[in-house]
Design a protein around this ligand. Sequence first.
Ligand SMILES: Cc1cc2nc3c(=O)[nH]c(=O)nc-3n(C[C@H](O)[C@H](O)[C@H](O)COP(=O)(O)OP(=O)(O)OC[C@H]3O[C@@H](n4cnc5c(N)ncnc54)[C@H](O)[C@@H]3O)c2cc1C
Length: 454
Amino acid sequence: MPAAPGWMRPERVRVLKDVSDDGRGDFVAYVMYASHRTHHNHALEYTLHKANQQKKPAIVIFPVIEKKPHPNLRRFRFMLENILKMRDALGKRNVKLVVRKNYDFLPLLKEASYVVVDKPYLNHQRKFIDAVVENSEAEVAMVEGDVVVPVEVVSQKAEPYARTIRPKIMKNLEKFLEDIPTIRLEISSLSLDIPSWDEESVEDYVKGLEVDLTVEPVDYFVGGEDEAFRRLSLFVGERLKIYAENRSDPGVEASSELSPYLRWGMISPVQMLREVFRVYRFDDVNVQSLVNELVVWRELARNAAVYNPGFGTFDGLPEWAKQTLEAHVGDRREYVYSLKELEKARTHDRYWNAAQTELVRTGKIHNYMRMYWCKKIIEWTEHPRTAFEYAVYLNDRYGLDGVDPNSYLGISWCFGAFDRPFFESKIYGKVRKMTEESLKRKPGINAYLRRFSE
Ligand SMILES: Cc1cc2nc3c(=O)[nH]c(=O)nc-3n(C[C@H](O)[C@H](O)[C@H](O)COP(=O)(O)OP(=O)(O)OC[C@H]3O[C@@H](n4cnc5c(N)ncnc54)[C@H](O)[C@@H]3O)c2cc1C
């Protein structure tokens, strides 16, 4: 563990490449892969601290990877909307933002005196970080700032349930809610002669990329830290007081709708909780419920991504769930839909169609509807393995919060993971099923249907 500055929990930093510091290199470089933000970003502040210590300038490298999973206009646009804002914010702090396409930034790392990266969770993210480590000649440190409690501090194994990980997280929670300073970079990097792909508008960036244009951008979510803060203040000021009671009612606006911003690292979960605690006490029922989702379930997803090699696929499900679902493959399905029919929301079920319409129109689905949406895909496909693939495809293609450990936790939960076996039923076997009846009991369901009927 490298010496962490006093303001940061040392467990957040880990050396990935240990090279004795011989003072070579022109700047400290932070490869901002996951935490796309200038506020409350442990990795960024650590970078600036390190640069001041080494008496060097620091740069932030922003790689725009065209071959990400689901490289479509909607997801890229949301991400790129934040680049312009970050360039300004970093510029005011004398830090140069160097935008590069794909892996074009790798040669730059040879000139760095120290390299900082974000913690990766999913396989394709780990491969990216491996390439950074391989191409760096200087020491590489990884900083884990997108969770409250670092994954390896919580547990050293895959946790099967929220109830098993909860006490391990809760005993550490308070000490990992540390505030972090906004560090002043002593030697500016703004005049360094390092080419960057700079455009004046999101449209100009998009024109320069090979992305799938068929998934259109949405108006409902605009990328950027400023937007994330706006939603956070709305949540803390107005919605949180009804969160525990109403978060599962699709017709009531009680949740934060911050998942796309958390997904792209445009807001820090630590900062979110710190803002909540300025107004609320920890034992407030709404805060308890939020901590359960934002920390316990969200960090269970990161635990699974790190410790379960099959996470995000049918094979990664618990044995009992795979067996029971496969034992029911021969059960008669009343409806079987193709991926295209599902994508176009052309099923017989108006609730399901509304959820799919919400996904396509806004870039996310309300949590309660998401469970129903995914459970029904199991019922309407020939094989649960196909159902799993369809759910991942639709969730990740249209969801601005998709391609996240949460995506695969939510989908796996619908297939029995992190849940207990229930009474045997058709098609689902011992996996918990969901029916229309549970939806009809929600007071806001008709409002939801009106909002998302085609
Ligand atoms: C089938 C299925 C697919 C899902 N796909 C995604 C996805 O692609 N991306 C995603 O972020 N979440 C996903 N979830 C989890 C959950 O539905 C969303 O996180 C939540 O609806 C986001 O809304 P919000 O930001 O208003 O949440 P809030 O209730 O305001 O919660 C705040 C934050 O806590 C986290 N969170 C909340 N609920 C959960 C949960 N059950 N599990 C893990 N983290 C949670 C999210 O980061 C969320 O933004 C999925 C759930 C299911 C059942």
